[in-house]
Design a protein around this ligand. Structure first.
Ligand SMILES: [Zn+2]
Length: 181
């Protein structure tokens, strides 16, 4: 497939963030297990390339329990905040993009995750997910030494393929600065 522009990558990740938020709300709104599973499958089909898949899941639940807890849980959700999108030239994957985002916890404006986006035949797809290392808070250092958890990278893989280095930086789109403690 032809290389996607950074604007296409921005549109793609914005659409994903919106759809992911809808499905995360459905986890608390949809009592039917089969229907919820279909929503998650559609999210995977439209945005992820295996082995990468959505982090959202839920087993069968009791409808009464769900409705008793839904309101409080829905009040704690937000669509991820998009901080920036970067374009890279990767030696094996070719032209890829990364999207840096917050968590889905309402009010969170810290850098939490980085999605890797590649051009595929049906369109753009998420191929990997990394989280900021919680041990060293992304610094790669712990007590003056290389962080043993992330081996100094500041990131830990949470899904998809291993991408130790995104490659040569080409361009970026900046939207919002993440909060720094
Ligand atoms: Zn670390």
């Amino acid at each position: 497939m032809q290389m996607a522009s950074i604007d296409e990558a921005v549109s793609f990740i914005r659409e994903f963030i919106s759809r992911e938020h809808q499905v995360e709300e459905a986890i608390w709104r949809e009592p039917d297990h089969v229907r919820l599973s279909q929503r998650i499958e559609e999210l995977n089909r439209d945005f992820h390339e295996p082995p990468m898949h959505s982090t959202l899941s839920r087993g069968p639940v009791d409808a009464a329990w769900l409705s008793a807890n839904a309101e409080a849980q829905l009040g704690q959700l937000q669509p991820r905040v998009l901080f920036r999108v970067d374009g890279w030239e990767h030696p094996q994957l070719g032209d890829i993009h990364t999207a840096d985002v917050s968590s889905t916890l309402k009010g969170d404006t810290f850098l939490f995750a980085r999605y890797f986006i590649a051009s595929r035949d049906p369109g753009l797809r998420l191929v990997a997910l990394y989280h900021v290392c919680s041990e060293c808070e992304g610094t790669g250092e712990l007590n003056g030494r290389v962080c043993p958890e992330c081996r100094g990278t500041g990131w830990n893989r949470r899904g998809g393929v291993e991408i130790s280095d995104p490659g040569t930086h080409r361009e970026e789109r900046l939207f919002q600065e993440p909060t720094v403690e």
